[in-house]
Design a binder for this molecule. Structure first.
Ligand SMILES: [Zn+2]
Ligand SMILES: [Zn+2]
Length: 338
């Protein structure tokens, strides 16, 4: 099955962190971190609907201005997520510019900034270009198991990590695929058709097994319609396959609690983007700067059961020695290093 997420590290493994995740068939994209975005052409940036910022060290947030500039005057709203304190930082970014002529834009750009508060809630504030980006707070809502964004096709969850400042890691998870065995439908005496879409929807929404679905009969004799339970369909004619999962982890201290949260968030990820900032030989410095070494990252990827890992955020000190960082990650991980 063709993966719906097409991720691209905008600045490669050594440049500022920014992961552009194009979503197939939706003409839109997600951005994970906002490092320098000069390499992203405007038509790609314009597709961005949601942005997930791990933390606001400059190398992860300096691209905000370019994103804002490209999006001004567009109709589609923009939503950003970040750790505790993030809303005020977006507010200050916006307040750094003069907006006296912004009324000339035909359309209003609506920005929503959300932050994961220390008590595990999601705070929100809106900023509209029509209002010259004056802050307007919305009510905070409880955050259900770190789920920041839940849509029919996919969801994005976060884990709050420690980088001597709160730092978010993200998992982008496609919804379950519900595959239909057509020949088995025949055995059940029903024909395929649009009703299967309702079946898939009901299963993804978690409907109970005794839910009855109406299906057209496949035989000429007898009633034209049959009623089948979801449980029977699930058992005899459907196969549930997990969708694609991408995890993104960067700028984290190496300790047991971070490791536990990362392994939980990234469990069974198809692709784990994880910082490999330092070599193990420089572990003491990595510790002081609250970053991971390649070996630590590779070990976490193995513990998470990731199918493949993508090392990134290499320290510039290893310019020309990237192969060493990869080799160290590979040795600890034991799987595919992209
Ligand atoms: Zn960084
Ligand atoms: Zn950082």
């Amino acid at each position: 099955m063709r993966p719906i997420f097409q991720p691209w590290l905008v600045n490669g493994p050594s440049g500022d962190p920014a992961l552009y995740v194009d979503i197939l068939f939706e003409r839109r994209a997600l951005l994970l971190d906002l490092g320098d975005l000069a390499a992203l052409p405007p038509r790609k940036l314009l597709r961005t609907s949601h942005v997930f910022v791990s933390h606001t060290h400059m190398d992860h947030f300096v691209g905000f201005d370019r994103l804002l500039r490209v999006c001004l005057g567009r109709e589609r709203p923009l939503t950003l997520y970040g750790p505790e304190g993030f809303i005020a930082q977006v507010e200050h970014k916006l307040a750094a510019f003069t907006w006296n002529l912004v009324d000339n834009y035909a359309v209003d750009l609506a920005i929503t900034a959300c932050e994961v508060s220390a008590d595990g809630r999601l705070r929100r504030a809106r900023f509209n270009s029509r209002e010259r980006f004056a802050r307007c707070d919305d009510a905070a809502a409880p955050l259900d198991r770190g789920r920041l964004l839940v849509e029919p096709a996919f969801e994005v969850r976060c884990a709050v990590l420690d980088h001597k400042t709160p730092c978010l890691a993200f998992a982008v998870q496609e919804a379950m695929h519900v595959n239909v065995w057509r020949n088995r439908l025949e055995e059940l005496g029903v024909a395929p058709g649009p009703w299967l879409r309702d079946v898939k929807r009901a299963i993804l929404a978690g409907a109970p097994d005794d839910t009855e679905m109406a299906a057209p009969s496949s035989t000429a004799h007898g009633p034209p319609e049959r009623r089948l339970t979801l449980g029977l369909l699930r058992e005899r004619a459907l196969r549930l396959v997990p969708g694609q999962k991408i995890a993104y982890v960067t700028d984290v201290a190496h300790h047991a609690e971070n490791t536990r949260r990362i392994v939980g968030l990234a469990a069974q990820a198809d692709l784990l983007y994880i910082e490999c900032t330092f070599l193990a030989a420089d572990a003491a410095e990595a510790g002081r700067k609250a970053h991971l070494t390649s070996r630590q990252a590779g070990t976490m990827a193995r513990e998470a059961g990731a199918r493949a890992m993508v090392p990134f955020h290499f320290s510039p000190r290893y310019s020309g020695r990237e192969a060493e960082l990869r080799a160290e990650a590979q040795a600890a991980f034991g799987g595919v290093v992209a």
